[in-house]
Design a protein around this ligand. Structure first.
Ligand SMILES: NC(=O)c1ccc[n+]([C@@H]2O[C@H](COP(=O)([O-])OP(=O)(O)OC[C@H]3O[C@@H](n4cnc5c(N)ncnc54)[C@H](OP(=O)(O)O)[C@@H]3O)[C@@H](O)[C@H]2O)c1
Length: 277
């Protein structure tokens, strides 16, 4: 698996597995565990989660999926903005670690910006890092202004990533945020890479998919993997989809295909407010 380097020097795989909507319903639990385990068997190692997903349920699903293989997993979780005070972050992290049955996170993110001053959240992240409970920390749903502000604060220059909505239908970050992060050496984590399934019916995507004998999801993921400095985290609870998503790593799109995708999903020609799902 190709990797990118975080500002700390830590390596992060370019393709991982999301877990939003996992851990919400016990009837789906075994499928979710099986899908994640199958992904790890294939070669995925990055798993993205958050205390929000299933209100801790997704972290419990992951704990079962990674039993006896924690060392080979790159685990990312996120703290709610309403838990982002100094004491709140530390307590939330402890709860996530307990649910995940692990003693450290590879990466811990502020899920989105709330009312707690960023300086306080960064102070908590640094304390957790010094205690060995998180290897790196970062943010999510931050626009360029938020990133600039955070980078001026103590510990702000160690922000490892910004996880944002990015896919063929949501290219606004190419105007400013993506170039800014590239310049700072901060990889972007692209969430909802197939727009939660809504991209899959698109004509151009399906034409390319049919010509290449792959699925539309694979073309959408492969397109993101062509973007420099981008990590992609599709979610699936189905083994066949996990297999497809992993195989997108080997799908190289031609210049003609990339041009056709640019025509169907034009890049921004003016600033666009950061979108969130
Ligand atoms: N930081 C944030 O604010 C934020 C926000 C949203 C998401 N995220 C993270 O990003 C991850 C991915 O985003 P997402 O879950 O919103 O959306 P997504 O990955 O774009 O789409 C997930 C949906 O697509 C389906 N799917 C996955 N692979 C498929 C395939 N090969 N063929 C057909 N359908 C497929 C899944 O169904 P099946 O399960 O049935 O395959 C699921 O319904 C999340 O799980 C979460 O970890 C972060």
């Amino acid at each position: 698996m190709r990797t990118l380097k975080l500002p700390s020097g830590q390596l992060i795989p370019v393709l991982g597995m999301g877990t939003w909507q996992m851990g919400e319903n016990t009837r789906n639990r075994q499928n979710e565990i099986d899908a994640l385990r199958h992904g790890l068997d294939l070669g995925f190692s990055l798993i993205d989660t958050a205390e929000m997903y299933g209100e801790g349920g997704a972290e419990e699903v992951i704990a079962q999926a990674i039993t006896n293989r924690r060392a080979s997993v790159f685990l990312v979780s996120k703290v709610y903005p309403h838990n982002a005070s100094k004491r709140g972050v530390i307590a939330a992290c402890e709860r996530s670690l307990r649910r995940l049955k692990t003693d450290y996170l590879d990466l811990y993110l502020l899920h989105w910006r709330g009312s707690v001053p960023l300086a306080e959240t960064l102070e908590a992240f640094q304390a957790l890092q010094q205690a060995g409970k998180i290897s790196s920390y970062g943010v999510s749903n931050f626009n360029v202004g938020d990133m600039e502000e955070a980078s001026q604060l103590k510990g702000g220059n160690a922000i490892a990533t910004n996880q944002v909505l990015y896919n063929l239908m949501r290219r606004g970050i190419e105007w400013d945020l993506l170039p800014w992060c590239r310049q700072q050496g901060i990889p972007i984590m692209a969430y909802s890479p197939i727009e939660q399934g809504r991209l899959l019916k698109h004509g151009t995507l399906n034409t390319i998919a049919q010509e290449r004998g792959v699925s539309a999801a694979q073309v959408a993921i492969a397109w993101l993997l062509h973007q420099d400095n981008v990590i992609v985290i599709p979610k699936s609870s189905r083994i066949d989809h996990v297999e497809q998503n992993y195989a997108a790593l080997n799908l190289k799109l031609s210049d003609d295909e990339l041009t056709a995708l640019d025509a169907a999903f034009p890049p921004p020609n003016k600033p666009v407010s950061l979108e969130m799902l």
